[in-house]
Write a protein that binds this ligand. Structure first.
Ligand SMILES: Nc1ncnc2c1ncn2[C@@H]1O[C@H](COP(=O)(O)OP(=O)(O)OP(=O)(O)O)[C@@H](O)[C@H]1O
Ligand SMILES: [Mg+2]
Length: 419
């Protein structure tokens, strides 16, 4: 098996773009293929969360790190290989090449550790893992930009499969990595606090108790939606110099157990779409003021529902299938705030949807420019479905959209959810 992998590596490697982008040796590449040939060992979320709220012991931490150490290099190596299979011209795109380098570096750093037998080595591994997991957190805007630039070089199905696999595996990598990092930090803070943990037993829940690793067990969707809507409203004002109002109603006190960064990502993407559509439609129809965006929270059995209702003119029936495709956007190259507001035809000089402001917003972690990458809806749906939720759109043409988001509480589905 290994020999076959090495043979596969040797032939294309000489001509492959990655060779020019880095200084990887034959030995390094052989290791990647060796790791990539191993099987992934899925873990249930329940297993990852099994130490929740226990005072942690050194054995717990070593047990947790042994899974991360064995599993993450295998998953990273598989991703590295998937980049090797991209068409040459796609692989040479600078955004995609940068993401490849992040994956390669993460693999390289993590696989190099000797088996971990003590807490000092565990701590060193954890710090490396923390840094690499953070680097992987920033790859989505780069992937989105990269595929926007070279979508014509890959058939749609292959592109969709590559991106979806990359994103799903990235969620798994981050959940496993962040969970161990959080446990390791928790263990050390418990050690530092000495017997404080025991003294706290039976005491009322404190702020730290709502976190189980990267999962927040009492996340309030209404509060989160308020924060995201405010952020997107600012972004919209910055881009279009105008923005609609919003309000949040329904079961505003409801809570859910979820990963906040996932919740934030999904809802910001949906809100950006609603804000943009509203401003665009006002400009198109000559409305003197924008109708507000309504966010309604509902409570279900083990899940929370969020409906985002806008009056942004809806989605034409002919586009309904395309809107969930990666790199599909109705925003044209050169669309600017001015052209949206005045209806004037856009110049074709600027890259799609990118401006200084949106670039800045992107760097500040808002999740991307207001529109134009064509990643918002497919990514939001993939994130929602990852933990058993769903995302659906009902569009009324020339009126607006209702977007229905259903998110399953992670604690309720922890035993069956395989990562
Ligand atoms: N609420 C909405 N009202 C009207 N059209 C919408 C709405 N939501 C999405 N769309 C349409 O679906 C398309 C795809 O949305 P998606 O969020 O995936 O990409 P985008 O907004 O163009 O770019 P980005 O990835 O930067 O968000 C949009 O370009 C827009 O035409
Ligand atoms: Mg969008």
């Amino acid at each position: 098996m290994l020999a076959a992998s090495v043979r596969r590596l040797q032939r294309p490697a000489a001509a492959h773009p990655w060779c020019r982008l880095s200084t990887k040796t034959h030995y390094d590449e052989t290791m990647v293929y060796e790791f990539a040939s191993q099987k992934i060992k899925p873990v249930s979320l329940g297993q990852l969360l099994k130490y929740q709220r226990l005072p942690l012991s050194a054995e717990n931490i070593l047990d947790s790190v042994s899974y991360s150490q064995a599993e993450l290099p295998v998953r990273l190596a598989k991703r590295v290989i998937s980049f090797h299979r991209l068409p040459f011209i796609v692989g040479t795109n600078p955004h995609i090449a940068q993401v490849y380098n992040h994956y390669y570096e993460a693999f390289d750093r993590l696989h190099a550790f000797a088996p971990i037998a003590d807490l000092d080595a565990e701590w060193e591994f954890t710090r490396t893992l923390e840094r690499q997991t953070q680097l992987l957190a920033d790859v989505i805007p780069k992937i989105a930009q990269g595929f926007l630039e070279c979508k014509q070089y890959m058939p749609r199905e292959e592109r969709t499969a590559f991106i979806s696999d990359l994103i799903r595996s990235r969620i798994g990598l981050r959940v496993i990595g962040e969970q161990h990092v959080a446990l390791s930090f928790q263990f050390r803070s418990e050690q530092n606090a000495g017997s404080k943990q025991q003294a706290r037993a039976g005491a009322p829940q404190t702020a730290e108790d709502v976190w189980v690793g990267a999962i927040h067990t009492k996340l309030r969707p209404a509060r989160m939606m308020e924060q995201c809507a405010r952020m997107v409203q600012n972004m919209c004002e910055m881009y279009y110099t105008t923005a609609p109002e919003y309000y949040v109603d329904g079961n505003v006190d409801e809570t859910i157990s979820y990963i906040p960064s996932h919740f934030e990502y999904i809802t910001c993407e949906l809100l950006k779409n609603a804000f943009r559509a509203t401003v665009d439609f006002s400009a198109k129809t000559g409305r003197s003021s924008h109708p507000p965006i309504q966010v309604t929270i509902t409570k279900g059995d083990g899940y929370v529902g969020v409906r985002i209702r806008d009056q942004g003119g809806g989605i034409p029936k002919s586009n309904m299938r395309d809107v969930f495709e990666y790199s599909w956007s109705s925003m044209q190259a050169g669309d600017t705030a001015e052209s949206a507001m005045t209806g004037s035809s856009p110049s074709l000089s600027a890259p799609a949807g990118m401006s200084l402001q949106t670039n800045l917003a992107m760097q500040q972690g808002v999740g991307g420019p207001i529109a134009g990458l064509g990643f918002g809806l497919p990514m939001a749906r993939l994130y929602a479905e990852y933990f058993g939720g769903s995302l659906d759109i009902v569009s009324m043409e020339d009126y607006g959209c209702d977007v229905f988001l259903k998110l399953r509480s992670i604690e309720g589905s922890a035993e069956e959810k395989q990562i």
